[in-house]
Design a protein around this ligand. Structure first.
Ligand SMILES: [Zn+2]
Ligand SMILES: [Zn+2]
Length: 282
């Protein structure tokens, strides 16, 4: 029997309970403003995880200006998924050891383990500290103040904004906790659903899969087979029509010079991978 991670389990249980309270509150005191702010916060923190924690920090797939990095780190904290330093370290272990014993969220241990079981369980830390990320003072700052940032920007700021339309409690509950729980399951789906549902056009030997449905719930991270095959690419949905808002954001910011050195896989390498995978079947 694995040992329960008491802190993570109580944080998740409390947030889920408060999310239920938030739903009841919203039904009784419905406000479009409160709901709109929750959507805005969901998108801001979702993009901070996808474009920031994942593609910028875990994979270094492009470079960006300090204000953009500060935004990603503040709203990444709002998603309450650990500091960017820890998140990126775990994620690099996932890529280096996909589908093996050392993969912290291996789908081989079951759908629910990959989704949330690994968060609730104590495990040996094998990820170490990524030395390349430690060089960034903003990363060190966020790692130190991660919990304070999560509380201030994740729940207190929305409550303060809610006073503008007389609903601070609603914003605290709905933007703070209902949004957070939805956010978690969106991110968790990348470890569970994206290794479970869809096709394998680029590498048929791994569990990572491409699916539009997963892309919709994960802010564009659903082209996971491509991502595992070409993890340094700033894009996840490589075709122009693939639903990948993080790709559009990173590219859009590059047009105003806030991001640069966007890494792209050469087209012939992508074509070769597609042909190789189709001969093995998907
Ligand atoms: Zn994966
Ligand atoms: Zn990745």
């Amino acid at each position: 029997m694995k040992r329960l991670h008491k802190l993570n389990t109580s944080v998740l249980a409390t947030a889920h309970a408060l999310a239920v309270v938030a739903i009841v509150y919203l039904v009784m005191n419905f406000s479009w403003w409160t709901l709109g702010l929750a959507f805005l916060w969901l998108w801001l923190s979702g993009m901070a995880i996808t474009a920031g924690y994942h593609r910028l920090y875990a994979h270094r797939s492009y470079r960006s200006a300090a204000p953009v990095r500060a935004f990603f780190l503040i709203f990444g904290a709002v998603a309450v998924q650990n500091s960017a330093l820890r998140w990126a370290a775990d994620h690099r272990v996932h890529h280096a050891n996909t589908d093996t014993e050392r993969d912290p969220y291996s789908i081989k241990r079951g759908f629910w383990w990959a989704h949330v079981g690994w968060v609730l369980t104590r495990r040996k830390d094998v990820s170490g500290v990524p030395a390349d990320l430690l060089k960034d003072p903003l990363i060190r700052w966020q790692h130190k103040y991660y919990i304070a940032l999560a509380g201030i920007f994740g729940a207190l700021l929305p409550a303060a904004i809610g006073t503008l339309w007389g609903d601070p409690l609603g914003c605290f509950l709905v933007v703070g906790f209902l949004r957070l729980v939805i956010q978690w399951h969106c991110t968790f789906s990348i470890n569970s659903l994206a290794h479970f549902l869809g096709r394998r056009p680029y590498n048929a030997t791994i569990t990572a899969r491409d699916s539009f449905i997963t892309a919709l719930v994960s802010f564009g991270e659903g082209y996971h087979n491509f991502h595992h095959a070409f993890q340094a690419d700033y894009r996840n949905g490589v075709r122009w029509f693939d639903f990948d808002p993080a790709k559009w954001l990173i590219y859009g910011l590059s047009r105003v010079r806030l991001t640069w050195d966007l890494r792209r896989t050469p087209t012939d390498a992508i074509t070769r991978a597609r042909q190789g995978s189709s001969t093995r079947g998907s």
